[in-house]
Design a protein around this ligand. Structure first.
Ligand SMILES: [Zn+2]
Ligand SMILES: [Zn+2]
Length: 290
């Protein structure tokens, strides 16, 4: 219990310090009508009440307390230690953040589990309005990519070919990590993006030590499904490597040894926009869209 009390106080102090740093007034333990804020920041266009909640609190109880702040025209900002059950989406009208303590005792905020910020940095930027809610995530144009290459023997002519998959996540404009299924925004696998194909060729040319014999990626007709689609195919006889076999081989290597790895930077030709509501905080003021 003693630890919990001291952590609560430490967070409270950091909020006050952050307010001092950016020159706004902070009031501790402020009592309003039916609410009591750990720290209240009154002199803002939208006054903020900070609620530090280290013991678990249900979503309905939190919303009930939230409604009293809303009624009084105040934004309640919740700093939780434990996830709020049933709260799945980040919401603009309901700022909920999670405080995490590192082994050295320093406190951090998880921005939607995507990005971790030191608590002081988070507070200064949240209070000054630099952490903004955005409905969409935009991919960052420049991405650093790891390609993992693996061998596949042509089912027809037995020639050795190297295929690859992308082993790094893409990042949003605000540095959030996009999981692979989030980046599959169109039916094409990201392995077939022209800029990725170009990178694979560049790596093959520059990294002689890897001794890569790249399979050829192009649109081929599959008689099995009677349509044309982008595919890997044999560098010698051009036979198509079916999606199923490619997926299967890829899985073996995703979870197995990765011996042949090449890294490079690409410029995404197509920026993509994904419907992922989030608290956005880019390093360079390039916020994700509205
Ligand atoms: Zn072949
Ligand atoms: Zn963003």
């Amino acid at each position: 219990m003693k630890n919990q009390i001291s952590k609560h106080d430490r967070i409270q102090m950091q909020i006050v310090t952050a307010c001092n740093t950016i020159g706004v007034r902070a009031v501790q333990e402020y009592k309003g009508k039916g609410w009591r804020a750990d720290v209240f920041v009154p002199e803002l266009e939208n006054p903020i009440a900070f609620e530090i909640q280290l013991s678990p609190q249900s979503l309905s109880k939190t919303l009930q307390r939230q409604s009293k702040y809303l009624r009084d025209g105040i934004t309640a900002c919740w700093l939780f230690e434990n996830p709020v059950p049933k709260l799945t989406n980040e919401r603009p009208d309901f700022p909920v953040f999670y405080v995490e303590e590192a082994t050295d005792g320093s406190l951090h905020i998880n921005l939607g589990t995507r990005r971790k910020l030191p608590l002081a940095l988070f507070l200064e930027n949240y209070i000054s309005g630099s952490i903004q809610f955005k409905e969409y995530i935009i991919t960052r144009p420049k991405q650093s990519v790891d390609l993992v290459f693996y061998e596949m023997y042509c089912w027809k002519c037995k020639e050795i070919n190297h295929l690859y998959f992308i082993d790094t996540p893409f990042y949003s404009s605000c540095g959030a990590i996009l999981t692979p299924d989030e980046t599959l925004w169109d039916s094409n696998s990201s392995e077939y993006y022209p800029e990725i194909i170009e990178l694979s060729k560049k790596i093959a040319a520059e990294r002689k030590d890897l001794n890569l014999k790249l399979a050829i990626i192009k649109e081929r007709h599959s008689y099995t499904v009677d349509k044309s689609y982008m595919s890997f195919g044999c560098r010698k006889c051009d036979s198509i490597f079916g999606d199923f076999y490619v997926m299967d081989a890829k899985m073996d290597h995703i979870y197995g040894p990765k011996d042949l790895i090449g890294t490079g930077e690409i410029n995404l030709l197509k920026m993509s926009s994904l419907s992922i509501p989030h608290w956005c905080f880019p390093d360079d003021e390039n916020y994700c869209s509205k």
